[in-house]
Design a protein around this ligand. Sequence first.
Ligand SMILES: Cc1cc2nc3c(=O)[nH]c(=O)nc-3n(C[C@H](O)[C@H](O)[C@H](O)COP(=O)(O)OP(=O)(O)OC[C@H]3O[C@@H](n4cnc5c(N)ncnc54)[C@H](O)[C@@H]3O)c2cc1C
Length: 382
Amino acid sequence: MARDMETADFVVIGAGIAGASVAYELSRHGKVIVLEAESSPGYHSTGRSAAIMSENYGSALWSTLVTASRGFLDSPPDGFSDVPLTQPRGAMFLACEGEEDKLSEQAACMARRAARFELMTARQALSHCPIIRADLFTQALHEPDCKDIDTNALLSGYLRALRAAGGKLFTNATVQSLKRENGLWLATTTLGSFSAPVVVNAAGGWAQHVAGMAGLPHRSVNPYRRTAILIDPPAGGDASRWPMTFDVAETFYFKPEAGRIMVSPVDKELSVPCDAQADEMEVAIAVDRMERFTTMQIGRIEHKWGGLRTFAPDNEPVIGADPDAEGFIWLAGQGGNGVMAGPASARLAAHCAVGLSIPQDIAGLGLTYGAVSPGRSCVRGS
Ligand SMILES: Cc1cc2nc3c(=O)[nH]c(=O)nc-3n(C[C@H](O)[C@H](O)[C@H](O)COP(=O)(O)OP(=O)(O)OC[C@H]3O[C@@H](n4cnc5c(N)ncnc54)[C@H](O)[C@@H]3O)c2cc1C
């Protein structure tokens, strides 16, 4: 049944981690409505991630936002969650001969942000992860403070706090049109109409589509599919404490996950926004790489899935006010960092939405509004 028009100070489109976190931040500044197309929040990318927080993952500015998010994830505000949001995991980055410079660059970046790491030989890395083929690698970077994130607790915490502040989440509310009239954005959805002077585009893989609905010129923010599988750990051993293990050439990663091992061939295939599925060829590649770079033999695949990761052409965040549409704020282009950088990126987007200067701690790490602006030339395609 169609609802009467509901008004607010902010309408947020999308209830993945981006939408939920920015809605939480904005609820300090006014009434927030979140519109989600699916029947439950977090159904798309947010519910399909590896749920890792690493300060050595993603582009320069995304990893800066991870550093700025660490405090919230490790020590959320009182009452935010009944369970810890993070658990120790550790990460290991492996370099083959000729790739050692890449590890040194990563170490230098981490040192600048005071993130802890240890460089070691591939043989020494076996003490952390005994299944790697140490003969195929020369060096390793161990990141002891990499954590597993309880994504569900994080998402629920944001949405619970939003409701407590008077905000509302509407599910099954697909935004079908978006237009600006008399200083207000009017969002027409499958559930009814909603309006607010400020709209936040937190639609993940659909961010470009939502901008198009608002009448904006083309913005280059595109979804790419990634495939993941779950396999059984080797019999007889305890895999639960292995670190998240990557190769620096970015051809695979694996991590313990609820008694099993999650593996990804780290595919990045341009996609339309959709309910992404695992790609069968990439499933076979994941198995092959796991058997090539570790001592494991893969039997059954317990589960496989696909998810979208959305990128600007420079892989950096797309956060802030669109220069071509008043009151239209972006929180998009999260790539593989959306969960771990959620808290700081949401604060940044919320500050921008209410006209505040960049949060001091984030500015202190060297990030500017300009560097992440949706108006920068690579996003506008100019
Ligand atoms: C395999 C894989 C592993 C990953 N591992 C990690 C990791 O370890 N750590 C990490 O931090 N990140 C990781 N990521 C990335 C992370 O999942 C994303 O960056 C993050 O979830 C993006 O969140 P989002 O809220 O922008 O998108 P989504 O979670 O996709 O949310 C967008 C929402 O917008 C809604 N929507 C779209 N259009 C409309 C509309 N018209 N009306 C209403 N609602 C709409 C959608 O239904 C959706 O729920 C991984 C991703 C994948 C695929």
